[in-house]
Design a protein around this ligand. Structure first.
Ligand code: SF4
Ligand code: SF4
Ligand code: FES
Length: 518
């Protein structure tokens, strides 16, 4: 943190970070200055004037987004004259605004709405007709644009120039004819496009996927980590349970984290929330017949007990560190071999310099921390002599060659599949036990840069009441520890890199295992 300086806001003495602009410096101490065009990831543009504030000694109102804080500075935000500045800017913004809040997807999280309510502007003084513009424009990549709601802050334009460097958007025309547009026959086409929906401060950019699905005030949000690749972007999981319906995840949104993903996330990760609702494994199977979970579990315990020393366990590289530790205990309990083989999760050429990684496993780093082998040859040679194979949510059918080879290796063996989704093995295994997916349990994952982050349980579905660690404990006849606190203690004692982790105070932006919290 840089040096702290003392300044005065509305008569209150505050200590803020030197070198920051007024918006960022005051936001860090909980004071929000209304603004549209400024975004910390895009810098200042100065086009909206929504952030005008009065600074003692300055010649006229100053834009907070381009005014650095100074020692002894006195700023007025809530005086009548400061409020008036905001009212006037808002009045301009609203001259041609369609005021369609009741059918706008942004309602409830719209800055224009919030500022209007704060500044207490009431009736429009306009007597001429509003300028009509186009609505429901398909900008590509699932981005839908409403020109009438746009405040022309240019955040979307700047994001595509500065961040993705694809520059698909521009602002054309002037005054009340100005509008954001794509170039002829060149829609938005990049893997981070839906971030423009988040950074648009109003309802001018909406997501085709999320539009009209939920009112945001009905949803709850949980902090978690995207499991789409090894980057592990910090996210919010927005979910809701509608009357007579099962609880569902409705969207993932990026959660600001300077040491992982900044302010953004990729579209694939964002839309991967769908997997939490779709193709879920809900029924257990024993002797190739649908059975109750307890019957399938008892059968699996009998099979494993009879094959002591001849069982192979293959754990998912995306399960939490705690679940991997429980898998290790389970394998030890049956004198079995544990593998975390996951070559199929690597998609060559699918990474980039922004966030996306080629490795689609969320927690491969923990396999290494826990000393779980990922060696293909070792797994194959152990499988050759095994009688029982327990696949712990590891998808071995991600590449055609893996699918072919492991199907052949599994032939003639008893295969037990514990999983959250209906992958190929859910049909072919003789014993199947469903379990929760990552929005339904808590734990930690470690990303490709050694940042340990917490995954929180967002929703609890009755049909997946059992978390993976509970299933594994049942598979051991409850002989192994699976309670989160106990597993974490065991991890701190046995894994040097986790020895210093304070499990009750993991920072929201994660813990850098190579250099502490940042
Ligand atoms: S669409 Fe949104 S982000 Fe883009 S200029 Fe308009 S208000 Fe700003
Ligand atoms: S970059 Fe990876 S972790 Fe981040 S949002 Fe995309 S898929 Fe998820
Ligand atoms: S936020 Fe300062 S001028 Fe727009």
């Amino acid at each position: 943190m840089s040096k702290l300086i003392t300044m005065n806001v509305d008569g209150q003495e505050l200590q803020v970070e030197e070198g920051k602009n007024l918006i960022d410096a005051l936001s860090a101490v909980g004071i929000h200055i209304p603004h549209f065009c400024y975004h910390p990831a895009l810098g200042f543009d100065g086009n909206c004037r929504m952030c005008l504030v009065e600074v003692e000694g300055a010649r006229g109102p100053q834009i907070a987004c381009n005014t650095p804080v100074k020692e002894g500075m006195k700023v007025s935000l809530s005086s009548e004259s400061s409020m008036n500045l905001r009212r006037k800017v808002l009045e301009f913004e609203l001259i041609n605004h369609p005021l369609d809040c009741p059918i706008c997807d942004q309602a409830g999280e719209c800055k224009l709405q919030d500022y209007y309510m704060e500044a207490g502007l009431s009736k429009s003084r306009m007597e001429v007709e509003k300028v009509a513009k186009e609505k429901n424009l398909d900008f590509g990549c699932g981005v839908v644009h409403d020109q009438e709601r746009c405040v022309l802050c240019a955040r979307c334009v700047r994001f595509l120039r500065k961040y993705t460097k694809t520059a698909e958007l521009g602002i054309v025309n002037r005054c009340d004819k100005a509008k954001v547009t794509t170039f002829p026959e060149k829609p938005i086409n990049n893997r981070y496009a839906l971030n423009v929906v988040d950074i648009c401060p109003v309802g001018a950019m909406t997501s085709r996927d999320f539009r009209f699905k939920q009112r945001v005030w009905f949803m709850s949000s949980e902090k978690s980590v995207c499991h789409g690749c090894a980057k592990g972007c910090s996210i919010y999981v927005d979910h809701n349970q509608e009357k007579y319906k099962a609880e569902r995840v409705y969207r993932f949104r990026p959660r600001e984290n300077a040491q992982v993903n900044g302010h953004f996330m990729c579209d694939a990760g964002r839309l991967s929330y769908r997997k939490e609702n779709e193709n879920r494994l809900t029924t257990a199977k024993a002797s190739e017949r649908f059975e109750a979970v307890d019957i399938a579990t008892s059968q699996a315990v009998a099979l494993l007990s009879a094959a002591k020393g001849k069982a192979v366990f293959i754990v998912s590289p995306s399960w939490t560190t705690e679940q991997m530790a429980v898998a290790k205990s389970l394998a030890t309990h049956y004198d079995g071999y544990l593998s975390g083989y996951a070559d199929g999760y690597i998609v060559k050429g699918d990474g980039d310099d922004l966030l996306l990684k080629e490795d689609k496993a969320a927690n491969r780093a923990s396999l290494e921390l826990l000393g779980i082998s990922t060696d293909r040859q070792k797994l194959i040679s152990n499988l050759k002599t095994a009688e029982v194979v327990v696949v712990l949510n590891n998808d071995l059918s991600l590449t055609a060659s893996d699918k072919r080879e492991f199907e052949a290796l599994f032939a003639g063996k008893q295969v037990i599949f514990v999983g959250s989704h209906r992958i190929a093995l859910a049909d072919s295994a003789q014993t199947v036990i469903p379990c929760a997916s990552y929005t339904e349990y808590a734990g930690v994952v470690v990303n490709v840069d050694s940042i340990l982050q917490e995954v929180t349980c967002a929703i609890e579905k009755e049909c997946f009441a059992r978390r993976p660690e509970q299933v594994m404990a049942a598979l051991s006849g409850n002989a192994i520890k699976a309670e989160l606190g106990a597993v974490r203690q065991q991890l701190s004692a046995s894994v040097p890199a986790l020895a210093q982790v304070d499990w009750n105070a993991i920072p929201e932006n994660g813990l850098n295992l190579k250099g502490g919290a940042q």
